[in-house]
Design a protein around this ligand. Sequence first.
Ligand code: AMP
Length: 395
Amino acid sequence: MKTLNDFNFKNKKALIRVDFNVPLNDEFKVTDDTRIRSAKPTIIKILEDGGSCILMSHLGRPKGVDETFSLKHIVDKVEDILGVEVKFVSDCIGEEATTAAKNLQPGQILLLENLRFHQEETAGDEAFSKALSSLGDVYVNDAFGTAHRAHASTTIIAQFFPDNKCFGYLLAQEIESIDKVMKTGEKPVCAILGGAKVSSKITIIDNILDKIDHLIIGGGMTFTFIKAQGGHIGNSLVEEDKLSLANEILEKAKAKNVQVHLPVDAIIADAFSNDAHTNTCDVYNIPDGWMGLDIGPNTEALFAQVIKESKTILWNGPLGVFEMPNFAKGTIALGHAISEATKEGAFSLVGGGDSVAAVKQFGFEDKVSYVSTGGGAMLESLEGKTLPGIAAILD
Ligand code: AMP
């Protein structure tokens, strides 16, 4: 796997695909700069080598040129974080970009305007990719968040740098973290899958059953399993058309010697609201008119024990409706258990969508081994897919 460390960037122009798709508020201020901070080590290494950086990214989903999605809004933030002046050009290809790139001196940074102002970006257009490629000497992909897309700047462009392409530190770290769970994970390996639906996690479950020893199931998808097992789930979330699939998963897990841990109790509510009346009950006997919105205390203890005994931990999806404080307790307890196991030497990876939000919200970000920066890319990796952006560098 070629990374930055295989190159010396002295007097080289690095064309770096970063993921600066950051959230902006109404005043166009960055509200979460994690993705910019995550790209810093790569940029600094190149500058310290004596090279220069040309940064390219998308922001949002503009349809053509649209000021609202201009990367000019983040220039100040990027300068603050990197501590280096950032030049900006109002188009990612064309004369202005070409001249600015040509004049770029070692130690300098150029940020190109939103790639998606050209529809050729998402179309993976070859001529557009070639035009972008002409700006730099070495192509560096450091954007895990878009590595699952075969776009011009993430994948197609790599062919124009047959010997001069590599992963940035962030992307390399994402790949290593996933491999630590999926390929080289120290046993016992435990996966915790929560979230709303079985249907959105089925490909992941299928792929990971060969790699794990324990599967903890929580969140809304619990109830499809419990109902499939003959439980009474009241008004809890259920996918009626996935009941037999749920049983098949349990059978498959058994055949592969994976221990499945389902909740034993639930925090139930008489409405889908933080103000609803609540109670605790056996997960197999939820009264009509009530729904399970979090795991109960006995389940918390049961799951914590499994996690304590695990050496490798993967967490995807909250265990309850964590957005409502009254149903966040199970997810917080899980965060604590994973933090404790990590402190004792386990490797823990949190990835994919809402679990990342939960980890940040409840302050566990620095207490787990790695928090992935890519939602969809992480999910596709867990599904066992080779991401096009990664394959293009490995080719
Ligand atoms: P996902 O995107 O599939 O990971 O699902 C995350 C969503 O699942 C969050 O918005 C949670 O509120 C929701 N969720 C978790 N537990 C439950 C539950 N017991 N009932 C309904 N929704 C849930």
